[in-house]
Each structure stands twice: as structure tokens, then as C-alpha cells.
Design a protein around this ligand. Sequence first.
Ligand code: SF4
Ligand code: SF4
Length: 482
Amino acid sequence: MTARVRPYLFYGATQALCSTCLRVVQAKEIIQGNDVFLLKHCPIHGHQRVLLADDAGYWRMARERYLKPPEQVAAPNTPLKYGCPYDCGICPEHEQHGCVAVLEVTDHCNLRCPTCYAASGPDRLTHRPMAVIERMLDRIIANEVEPDIVQISGGEPTTHPEFFAILDACRRRPIRHLMLNTNGLRIATEEGFAERLAAYAPAFEIYLQFDSQRKEPLLALRGADLRDIRRKALDKLNAVNLSTTLVVTVRQGLNDDELGTIIDFAAAQRCVRGVTIQPVQEAGRCDGHDTRTDRLTLTAVRRKILEQTSLFTPADLIPVPCHPDCLAMAYALKIDGKLVPLTGKIDPQVLLDHGRNTIIYEGDAKIRAEVVKAFSTAHSPTSAAGAIHRLLCCLPGFAAQAPLKYDQIFRVIIMRFLDRHDLDLRSVRKSCVHIAHPDGKRIMPFDTFNIFYRDRLEADVLAPLRQETAAAWQQPAVPIPA
Ligand code: SF4
Ligand code: SF4
């Protein structure tokens, strides 16, 4: 008898969500050629096939080599009851603390972007009261003790009537790095606003929406031609040299050909410390765009960056060990607007052994020391580090002068959020971008928040799924371990 051979490699079994009804369903990961797919089966809605990666070699390397012991939050907030992902969170089963904690302070926005996962806009008038924001902040501190990054977000946070009181409330707490996620309108248009923001530096950074330098992609993603606004906002931030990350929401066939030019542009800006690239997550308003057929994976974004810049090699753009399915990073030294890649010079084991938060590893003393070592004059002139040092002859004695300054570092991050199509229960447990729920009692992965917990979703979508689960299992809740 001739054996029937399937045209793929079976990599493993997992559980995922039915893209239609969001029930937890059986799934498997398969490798076919250079592509990786999630195959799901819902008893009601049938078979579903979702592209996870188009570079099987990188995907396997991320899974198999970039493993580190999970670091936990100080204490979980919710018990195990219905099972993942219906118990967010953070429940005791979650496998990673929050490298980034998002604090949404308002639903209001002065734009109405077709891609907004929060479905914000001028018509939404709810600003969270200060007492609620204080409770959300206290929950973040209870979970993270000294959070690495708190990102103030919304809606557009600068429209909150008590915006500066919110910054002050953050500053009263032991937050290592504070970020402001903004569309830049107020920075660009209000006299003195950038200067007032700059008073919160150091350890304060602007996370500035910057999707494209062309009109058409901006109209598609933001509903407005924002080129002039972006230019003015950057001029003001450059003038006060306030650390800024440019944030690119990227969609296949729309602005994915601009990644190289945006990185080059960013490197030339005095205030810009990096670029974060986020493929569109199918959540919120999202324009009815079907990301099943038009899916931009992390590996596709990585390949496009490598194709569009001559700067980085594959060894420079590596998985972030906290959540390697969804995060990749490249670090470079920025000198006079020129970038010298660093990541490929650092032994990955250093990141696995030392990095509490490798999204901002310049904040980790041991990793920073390793970077300095890579540039040490003590290296042989023929070694890679020696070669870099020769390139940096404009910085004599640099290696002896640790530590690195923040404005010498430039990072490129690819940050993908799981959506109803590609969320699987293995991966989401490692999510390290968390968000404070407005009830002040819970913190949860940003991915699951947008699928199940935002606004009315918990009552309208999740509650029936929980009821169904409870009826099927009849299981008592397992208490949080002491
Ligand atoms: S995603 Fe994490 S916090 Fe949410 S239910 Fe699953 S394990 Fe728990
Ligand atoms: S994506 Fe940001 S700027 Fe656009 S509507 Fe949503 S909150 Fe406002």
C-alpha cells in the first residue's frame, strides 16, 4: 500500500479562536514550503487557514532559540474559571509580565481614523475621570511594581481636559519610562505645548503616529492628509530634542513600500530614537478590511525592512525573547544621523540571560554593558567589534566612556498584535503588551482586550461564550494560589 503523504510538515497542535464566532477551537501549525499556517476547525464554521509567517526559517528560530523563563507579574488579578482567553487577566496562567502597560485615558479623539482599533473619534466624549485613571495606574503598579514602560494612550490623550494632571499622576509613581501615544495634532498646532511636554524628560518619550510620507496612505489609514501636521510636530519636537518614536501602522499594498524611507528619514531627525512598525490589527473600526486574505505577517514586515534598507542584515533584526511570535527588534548606534547596527554583534544568549525587558534593552545595565563591550577598544582590530570601532573613529575612547546615552541609540521594532484570525492560546499567554482595564481591577493583553474586553465586548460577546463554557464544563473556579 502506498502511504498517503500530506503536503506539509506538522509542527504542533494548539487551540485558537474561530474567526467567526470566537469560540475556542482545535488548531494546528503546519509548515508548507516557506510559509507557516494556522489550520483551525470550528464545528459550526468549518475549516479556516491563516498565514502566520512567510519565512519558516525565522519563525522556527524564534520559537526554538529565543526561549527564556517567563517573568511573572507581582500577583495575578483574576482566577482561572472559564479558561484562556476568557479569564483575562492577568490570570495565573499568563506567562509574561507587561514590558509595556497601556493606560487609555479617553475615548475621545480629534481624528476619526478608519483603522482605529479603539473606534475613537470626535463623537465619543468620554474622558476617564482622574479617580479612575489613578486606580488604573495603581493596578499597573501593583502588577509591575516598577513598570518598565507605561504608555498613555486613548483616543487621543492630549484632548483630555486634565492631561497634565495625568502626566503628574504618572510621575508620582515609580515608572521607569513614560510614553505618550499621540497623533501629534496638539503638538503641531498649540504654541508652547512641545516645550511643556519636554519638561517631563528624561525618561519621557513621544510615540508619534507616522504612517506615511504620502497623501493616499494617510487618507486611507487616517482619513486625513496629515503630512503638514507631522512635519510641524516633528519640527517642534526636534527643537526641544524630546525623545520620539515614529509609529507606522502598515497595511499590505498601501504603505509597506515606505518602511526603508521612513527609517532613513527617522534617523536624520534629531529627536527620533526609533521606528515602531505595527501591521494593522483587525479590531475596532478597522474599515471592514479582511486581514485573512490580506495579512501582513511579522516576517513579511521584517523582509521588507531588509529589502528596503541596506543598513540591516538578517542577524540584526531578531526576535524579542519576551514574545518572539509578535515582536522583533534591531538596535543601532546613531551618530550624526548615521546608523550603525548593533544587534547582530550581541550574543543572543545575553538577551535571554539578562533581559527583563528586551524591548528597551538600553535600560538594562547588563545588556548595556554588553553593547559597550562590543565597541571596546580592547577588541582585536580584526574582530567584528574592532571593525565597528574603526568605523566609529569619530568617537575616540567611546568604549571607555560607559554608559551609552539614550540619544545615541536607535531602535526598529516590529510589533504585531494577534487578532481573531491568528490568536492562538500558546502565543497569547506570552503577550507582554498589556493594558489596564478601566475597572481598575484588571490588566490584560492588548490583543485579547481588543477582541473580548473593550467597551461592550465583554457583555455582548464574551458573556455568552463564558456561559456556554460554564454550562459545558460545570467546573468550579480554581482559586489564585497564595
Ligand atoms: S490571555 Fe493570559 S491573562 Fe488572558 S486568560 Fe489567557 S493566560 Fe490568562
Ligand atoms: S487611531 Fe489614534 S488618532 Fe486615529 S482615531 Fe484612533 S485614537 Fe484617534
